[in-house]
Design a protein around this ligand. Structure first.
Ligand code: RUB
Length: 313
């Protein structure tokens, strides 16, 4: 049985109290760290079984952001140690390294992405991405004036978080409803979004509405930049797996009262969509900028083929 802290983290991810691909990955690594630190297992097999159970609990929360399984794999793949203490040390070292790497990668990605933003540029954002905001932060730190048009991002309105963070950076913000994006794209120099997963063909899986925004941006000739650390690369897609799109509760879209008033309808609430590589200009990672079609070489270099997950029963 995973410890309470693991269960609490899993619930917070499921309810989106903890959300966004990078933040989810960091929280999952922290939960494994707590599990390892608190374990009272007396033999290595029991210790590993506990860690695997904790990883499964975390893995089952949300299916789309690959940063979550990538984090779990980083910690649990080929665990080294002949005793409980050695294994514990390995897990603690890895979870700490993972979390430190996460921060460094975002910082580096931010510096690289900031080079694309010029003084006086206007960006359009969708959802809330810490990777995307890192590039704005670095541009602002470099003395550039940046303005933002922020899509509210129904149904959960993560655009409000983005608007708040951008205001904290001193960036002037215009908030628009999602359907107003096309109307304002002529005023925009870059569409800047994050990613939950990037597939081997360079497709970008991100918050629902990203693909429609990308089509609109293409129509207007506005470049689309995706800021995504390499933990967003989905190694399973190298061997033909597709990325599962999370379907969330209809209560996020419509109240019970409104639904009853309307009558018999079906409500669908996909949380993410897939933007094909031809609609993306660049993927910015901590390892540099990539045209989406060439991201596969980086994916192979960093992950190789992934066989069985180390938390399988
Ligand atoms: C969040 C979302 C973000 C990516 C990237 O969706 O789509 O754009 O996760 O975020 P949700 P980051 O709110 O449903 O989790 O750059 O912070 O990893």
């Amino acid at each position: 049985m995973p410890i309470e802290e693991v269960e609490e983290t899993a619930e917070a991810i499921e309810t989106m109290e903890i959300r966004g691909a990078a933040t989810i990955a960091g929280a999952a690594a922290a939960a494994l760290e707590s599990q390892a630190a608190a374990s009272e297992a007396t033999d290595p097999e029991a210790f590993e079984a506990e860690l695997r159970a904790a990883a499964r609990t975390l893995y089952q929360t949300r299916p789309t952001a690959v940063s979550l399984p990538n984090a779990l794999r980083f910690v649990l793949q080929d665990l080294e140690g002949a005793t409980v203490e050695e294994l514990r040390e390995t897990v603690l070292t890895r979870t700490r390294k993972f979390r430190a790497d996460l921060e460094h990668a975002q910082e580096r990605l931010g510096r690289i992405g900031a080079n694309r933003l010029r003084d006086g540029d206007v960006i359009m954002t969708h959802c809330h991405s810490t990777d995307a905001l890192a590039t704005v932060e670095h541009a602002v730190d470099a003395g550039k004036d940046i303005e933002a048009i922020v899509k509210e991002t129904r149904p959960r309105n993560q655009g409000h978080i983005t608007a708040q963070r951008l205001r904290e950076l001193g960036v002037p913000v215009t908030l628009i409803v999602d359907s107003a994006a096309h109307r304002y794209l002529n005023d925009v120099d870059h569409v800047l979004v994050g990613a939950d997963s990037i597939a081997a063909d360079g497709s970008v899986i991100n918050k629902i509405g990203t693909s429609g925004l990308a089509v609109n941006a293409r129509d207007r000739g506005t470049p689309i930049v995706v800021a995504a650390q390499t933990i967003k690369l989905h190694p399973g897609t190298l061997t033909g797996h597709t990325v599962e799109i999370e379907m969330r509760a209809e209560s996020e879209v419509i109240s019970k009262a409104d639904r009853e008033k309307i009558g018999e309808i079906t409500v669908k609430n996909p949380a993410f969509d897939v933007t094909p590589p031809r609609h993306v200009d660049a993927i910015i990672t901590e390892r540099g900028q990539y045209p989406p079609e060439s991201i596969v070489s980086l994916m192979r270099e960093l992950y190789g083929d992934v066989d069985e997950e180390p938390w399988a029963e």
